[in-house]
Design a protein around this ligand. Structure first.
Ligand code: GDP
Ligand code: K
Ligand code: MG
Length: 272
């Protein structure tokens, strides 16, 4: 009986399939997600009886815009995996960490598998994974999926996290203005069961259609929210979704400044 689930989440080409094959060996099964032609792949975790590994579709974001994003997001919300291994291309950190920020916002139990470490080293880049782990508020394990380097440590960490409760604090605070409007939204909408409160509020601010539908707000509350969000956007002179996106990128930028030294771009010495 498979009683625990480890879900692999990452950008396309981050090395998910390579890691999946490494984790499961030949114990794999392939199908499709209900209603769509997106491949659904599962397998048994080698050497850890009772653990199932799910290879989720490659995505850049968790907004419900593509079938891949919808599948992954609904899977995370509804199936509530015991641990997420977020595979991150270490040679393309800024873009890959954007998804990480969103997984953490969702309140997921995340272990970051910092992949392509062979390329990072070959490029002459230096990455402080301990500091990155501290900044993100979740474990970060450097790996090279193609050679298997670090994978044993990754699995040990993931199995450990799967067996514990989530006690992570939200790693990202947005600007004062965003935090204020999130608080105001919180006074207008009730919490949803099994949904991270902060993620819910951010999604309402982003006018996330899928979440708003599930919230089933009265027309009166919906109209008041729209007034609040529109006023916020006018003051900020930008749309809410873009403001949230740049808040995430600001955090990534500040993390990379302290954790990452590229042979080409020196984050510590660039001016934003
Ligand atoms: P997916 O799209 O996330 O499933 O990524 P794949 O597993 O298909 O990998 C994409 C490409 O990256 C393939 O050519 C892999 O061989 C390569 N790759 C994956 N992991 C590593 C790694 O750690 N180092 C290097 N150099 N290449 C890797
Ligand atoms: K691929
Ligand atoms: Mg793949």
């Amino acid at each position: 009986i498979l009683s625990k689930t480890l879900a692999l989440v990452g950008n396309p080409n981050s090395g998910k399939t390579t890691l999946f094959n490494n984790l499961t060996g030949s114990k794999q099964y392939v199908g499709n997600w209900p209603g769509v032609t997106v491949e659904r792949k599962g397998g048994k975790l080698k050497k850890h009886d009772g653990f199932e590994v799910m290879d989720l579709p490659g995505i850049y974001s968790l907004s419900p815009y593509s079938p891949e994003e919808v599948i992954t997001r609904n899977y995370l919300l509804e199936e509530n995996p015991d641990v997420i291994v977020n595979i991150v291309d270490g040679s393309n950190l800024e873009r890959n960490l954007y998804l990480t920020m969103q997984l953490l916002e969702m309140g997921c139990k995340v272990v970051v598998a910092l992949n392509m470490m062979d390329l990072v080293r070959a490029n002459g880049d230096v990455l402080d994974t301990e500091l990155l782990s501290k900044e993100l508020g979740c474990p970060v394990v450097p790996i090279t999926a193609t050679s298997g380097e670090g994978v044993e440590q990754l699995v040990a960490r993931a199995v450990q996290i799967a067996q514990t409760q989530c006690d992570r604090k939200d790693p990202n605070s947005f600007s004062e203005e965003v935090e204020r409007v999130l608080q105001e939204i919180g006074e207008m909408v009730a919490p949803m069961p099994h949904i991270e409160r902060r993620w819910q509020l951010v999604k309402v601010l982003e006018r996330d259609g899928q979440l708003l539908e599930k919230l089933k707000l009265s027309q009166g509350v919906f109209d008041k929210l729209e007034v609040l969000i529109t006023r916020f956007e006018q003051q900020a002179d930008d749309d809410a979704a873009s403001i949230i996106a740049s808040g995430r990128y600001q955090k990534i930028d500040s993390m990379l400044r302290s954790c990452y030294k590229s042979a080409n771009v020196d984050y510590a010495n660039t001016v934003s």
